[in-house]
Each structure stands twice: as structure tokens, then as C-alpha cells.
Design a protein around this ligand. Structure first.
Ligand SMILES: C[S@@+](CC[C@H](N)C(=O)[O-])C[C@H]1O[C@@H](n2cnc3c(N)ncnc32)[C@H](O)[C@@H]1O
Ligand SMILES: [Zn+2]
Length: 401
């Protein structure tokens, strides 16, 4: 007998296995629960409801699929909280999960719009999309979404659709295991103060490759990064010419730990890797390499603007921080091809006392350049000036030297 509990999240009340009962002595839900549900993923689900709603303003959808659905909370929230009359399929390899999803569908009176099926996501994505392809696929697995990516893209409508991916295998993506990142994502990860961003770029880069192999192009709409996972929303479309052009959005990021200089190098550029600016500035630190990875944009400004416009109608059921984070995403989107710089890490490196971020941002703007906060980290900024110049600005602000 599974110990169950009733939960409320967003606009729905549903049942799942009792998280407190099954996680006694553990810090968070684990994959050996009889049915998996992580209340801490609510932020991920809130943003997913928001960005699907923003996407629906431009592109109505008919059929969506959540191939790794757990108790179904995510999709059931889409059906109750997003506009439109789309239908949904949910899959799970765990029969207990499918049983609970079916009971949640029934109690929420969604039997005419939602169906759950037991089986392997990779297989069902392909077989269940044969009659009608999906307009939205939400891949929210344990660990990496990579094993499901090919089937997910092949299940999607060639006219275009929304693909959302969660990754929680952060040790590989943050540079603790660079070889694992290369094996899974086709690019090396590296430990830097902006590894969260490199993680996002590795996942998008791999998605570009898998989509491209299927003659699909990609366009990132938004990304979300927190300590224990990353989340990516992309528009995908059968368009091999656009996918060919996007080869220019793949590259390497070189990083010097001694001056925190980051250099973004398109794979197709003819740059001499040996002549990177930090050496001209007198630093002789050795550069590490991340990638190949996605060096293009992370956000679609129009989707973010729509999300900001519709947010007031939805926010009363969201976590409070959603609005604050969305505002930061809007701000940073104009500078999203410049890897963020962690000011505290930069100050630690140069034994400086960090000034307020607002002071640094104002000083950079007064010098005629751009600077914004980033949702990735409370201590970081995005700017079009290099780390060396940011160090000079901080030195001046703090009167050090
Ligand atoms: C992280 S949980 C899903 C959580 C859910 N998306 C949510 O937002 O609450 C991952 C789910 O994938 C299921 N799963 C694992 N491997 C699978 C596979 N090969 N095919 C289908 N489901 C699978 C697990 O049983 C688990 O319910
Ligand atoms: Zn250097």
C-alpha cells in the first residue's frame, strides 16, 4: 500500500505519494519513492505554466505530451491554468505513477482532455505521435534529458512546436566531470564562476545537434537556472536551412582562472586561439576550454515581454520570486550572448571588497557601456565590457590600489 497525500499547487489539488513519509531522514525526494513528486520543483512548474501561456498567445497548440510525468502535476496544471483547449498525453514507466495520474485526471474532471499511458518514454514518444504529432513536449526526467531527446524531437510537429527540457545532472554540467559532459552532451564542461550558464549552453548545444540531425532548427525562448537544476524552453521547427545557419551559434568558451577573462569563440571563426586578449593585458594564466556549446541567444525578447504582460493575471498562484526572476530575465536578455561575471568571485580573486551591484552597474553604464543583473546569480552581472575592465571599475569605486 502506498502512503498517499493530497497536495495543492497552482490551481490544482492532486494526490501523490506522501513525500514527508518517504523522505524521512533524507533531504529531498529520491527516485526510489513509489511515485515521484518534488515540491521543490514548483518554481520550475510555475515558470513552465507561465512560458507555455506566453507561447500560446502566439501559437495555439492542439496536443502536448509529458513523457516522464510522475503523478501528473505538471501537465494537470497546464490543463487547468493555461488558456486553450489542447489535449495532453502523459507517460510513465512506473505503473503506480500511471495509476495516480489516472485518479488525478478523474478527480480534476479532465478525462476528456488527458490520458496516461504506462511504458518507456522513448518508445511511446515515437508510437503515440504517429497519428498526430505533438505541439509541445515537456521532458522532465531524473538527471539528464539526453536519452529522450531524439524521440522527443521526432515526435514533434514539423510545423513547429515548443520543447522544454529539465536537467539535474549538475556535477557533469558544472565541470566536476568534464569527460561525462563530453560523452553525454558532446561538449566539455569546466569549473568557473559562470558554470551554470555553460551548463545551459551545453544542453542547448546538444539539442541543436540532435534537432539538426532530424532537419529541425532550434530557437531558445527562455532559460532558468537554480542551484540544483536547469530548465530550457526552445521553439523547434523542421527547417534545415535555418539549422545550417545556426552552425554559427556553436562555439567554445575559453576561460582564464587567473583574471576571470572569458572569450567566446565561434567554431567557424578563424581566430588564433593563442592570441586571446588577457595575454595582451599581461596575464599569463592558462586558458581552459568549454564546449563545443551553444554561444547564441538564450532568450526570445518577445516571449519574455508577453510573459511579463500576462503575469499579473496568473501570479497569485505562483511562488513570489517568479516575478522578480522574470524581470531579471527581461533585463539580461539584451546581453545574453555575454557570459555573466560573478562580482564576488572577481573581488575574491583580486582581494577587493565588493561594492553594491547597483553601484557597479551604474559605473559601467556611465562609461557608455551596458550592464544588467542576471537571474542566474544574485552576485553577478552581464555586461559588454570584459572582466579586466570590470576589475578596474571596482578598484576605482572602492578606492583600492
Ligand atoms: C523527475 S520525475 C517526473 C516529475 C514530473 N515531471 C513532475 O513535474 O512532477 C521522472 C519520472 O520519469 C519516470 N521514468 C523514468 N524512466 C522512464 C522511462 N524510461 N520512461 C518513462 N518514464 C520514466 C519515473 O518513474 C518518474 O516518475
Ligand atoms: Zn588571464
Amino acid at each position: 500500500m502506498i502512503v498517499e497525500k493530497e497536495y495543492t499547487e497552482g490551481k490544482i489539488t492532486f494526490i501523490s505519494a506522501d513525500v514527508d513519509h518517504y523522505t524521512e531522514n533524507k533531504k529531498q525526494p529520491t527516485s526510489d519513492m513509489p511515485v515521484f513528486m518534488n515540491p521543490r520543483m514548483r518554481l520550475n512548474r510555475d515558470f513552465s505554466v507561465l512560458f507555455l501561456s506566453a507561447y500560446l498567445e502566439e501559437s495555439p497548440i492542439e496536443l502536448m505530451c509529458e513523457p516522464l510525468a510522475g503523478c501528473g502535476v505538471r501537465t494537470l496544471r497546464y490543463l487547468k491554468e493555461c488558456q486553450g483547449t489542447f489535449d495532453a498525453l502523459m507517460f510513465d514507466a512506473n505503473p503506480n505513477a500511471v495509476d495516480i495520474i489516472n485518479r488525478n485526471i478523474h478527480s480534476l474532471e479532465l478525462s476528456d482532455r488527458a490520458r496516461a499511458q504506462h511504458g518507456d518514454a522513448k518508445v511511446l514518444l515515437l508510437t503515440e505521435s504517429r497519428g498526430k504529432r505533438f505541439d509541445y513536449v515537456d521532458v522532465d526526467p531524473f538527471g539528464t534529458p539526453v536519452p529522450y531527446l531524439n524521440a522527443a524531437i521526432q515526435s514533434m510537429s514539423p510545423r513547429g512546436g515548443l520543447l522544454a527540457l529539465t536537467a539535474t545532472d549538475m556535477a557533469a554540467l558544472y565541470g566536476v566531470y568534464p569527460r561525462v559532459a563530453l560523452r553525454k552532451y558532446g561538449g566539455l564542461s569546466i569549473r568557473t564562476p559562470f558554470s551554470h550558464e555553460l551548463a545551459v549552453r551545453l544542453v542547448i548545444g546538444h539539442t541543436f545537434t540532435v534537432a539538426g540531425a532530424n532537419d529541425f532548427s532550434i530557437a531558445p525562448l527562455a532559460v532558468l537556472s537554480t542551484d540544483h537544476y536547469i530548465r530550457i524552453w526552445l521553439r523547434v521547427k523542421a527547417d534545415r536551412n535555418e539549422a545550417n545557419r545556426q552552425a554559427d551559434d556553436m562555439g567554445l568558451v575559453m576561460y582564464c582562472p587567473e583574471c576571470m577573462h572569458a572569450e567566446v569563440i565561434p567554431l567557424r571563426s578563424r581566430r588564433e586561439y593563442g592570441k586571446i586578449a588577457h595575454q595582451k593585458d599581461g596575464c599569463s594564466g592558462k586558458l581552459g576550454t568549454a564546449g563545443p556549446l551553444w554561444i547564441g541567444r538564450l532568450y526570445d525578447t518577445s516571449i519574455l515581454n508577453t510573459a511579463e504582460r500576462i503575469m499579473p493575471e496568473m501570479e497569485d498562484v505562483f511562488e513570489k520570486r517568479v516575478m522578480r526572476m522574470l524581470k531579471m530575465m527581461v533585463g539580461e536578455s539584451a546581453l545574453d550572448t555575454h557570459p555573466f561575471i560573478d562580482i564576488h568571485a572577481l573581488c575574491d580573486l583580486h582581494a577587493l571588497v565588493p561594492p553594491k551591484l547597483t553601484e557597479i552597474i551604474s559605473a559601467i553604464r556611465e562609461s557608455g557601456n551596458l550592464a544588467e543583473r542576471t537571474h542566474f546569480r544574485p552576485t553577478a552581472i552581464r555586461t559588454d565590457v570584459k572582466a579586466g575592465e570590470v576589475t578596474d571599475i571596482i578598484t576605482e569605486l572602492t578606492g583600492a590600489k
